[in-house]
Ligand binder design. Structure first.
Ligand SMILES: [Zn+2]
Length: 264
């Protein structure tokens, strides 16, 4: 594991972060959750992205290019740091050892929110990453498990969408950071340059059509809550709410007045 980007020095006994977002490959987090991360940074919160692989099996872009793209995306999002585990692309497995390694990172940075790819995504690495993080989310809170850092129980584990869609548990209004969100995804230029004509049939992955696809999905999620752009997340378990009325004051709530879709 190595730190591939850091905006601030990261001491092992330093302050924690608010959000720790895992991806299988550099660009996963930017495809599925960059708006939420940009929004958190805008609110003054600390965010770290951890990629389990370097994406070395990608059909497009060498590892060195993808590394520079990942750094550029981290800068655009205002991340506190970006970490790479260096595990083998195409061979990620949900195992006790991998779960402990990820749990160790969770304990070190003590986030209240953990993000991971949807654990039923059709890509095996995305699916495995979701499963590894789900395992680590439990391991990190076991007091008797010695991982070199004190136990920590993140408040929430949310899955984000890459390929396989889902009905979201929560949709975050990302309208005010949509430009940053799309710039961060677009920073991975090597992943969006293949000519559509070079691919039999229609396949937006790897082509310039993929960015409008991301935008369309944000519009789709946004429309669910009456906002221009949104990002949908699947909570691992029900969301705990003490005061339902407090939801009405959030930026993502539907307005209850005029019968139609509410304003954000
Ligand atoms: Zn991926």
């Amino acid at each position: 594991m190595k730190i591939v980007y850091q905006a601030h020095e990261l001491a092992a006994d330093g302050p924690g972060v608010d959000v720790l977002a895992f991806g299988a490959h550099p660009d996963d987090v930017e495809i599925g959750a960059a708006g939420l991360l940009a929004l958190q940074v805008r609110l003054g919160r600390r965010v770290i992205v951890a990629d389990l692989t370097a994406g070395e099996l990608s059909s497009r872009g060498e590892s060195s290019l993808r590394a520079s793209e990942a750094t550029r995306a981290a800068q655009l999002l205002g991340l506190t740091a970006r970490i790479q585990f260096g595990w083998p692309d195409g061979a990620l497995e949900d195992s006790p050892a991998n779960g402990r390694a990820v749990a160790r990172l969770i304990r070190r940075f003590r986030p209240w929110l953990v993000l991971a790819p949807y654990d039923r995504d059709r890509h095996p690495d995305h699916r495995a990453t979701g499963q590894i993080v789900r395992r680590s989310w439990f391991l990190s809170r076991l007091r008797q498990l010695d991982l070199g850092f004190q136990f920590h129980a993140p408040a929430m584990l949310w899955f984000y969408a890459i390929h396989t869609p889902f009905d979201p548990t929560a949709v975050v209004n990302i309208s005010e950071v949509m430009d940053i969100r799309m710039s961060a995804a677009g920073a991975f230029t090597s992943q969006f340059t293949e000519s559509l004509s070079a691919i039999p049939g229609y396949q937006p992955i790897g082509t310039p059509d993929y960015l409008p696809f991301i935008e369309a999905r944000c519009r789709h999620f946004g429309a669910m809550i009456g906002c221009q752009f949104g990002e949908g997340f699947l909570s691992d378990g029900p969301l705990a709410i003490s005061d339902p009325q407090a939801l009405l004051s959030s930026a993502t709530a539907r307005s209850s007045g005029h019968g139609g879709v509410g304003k954000c």
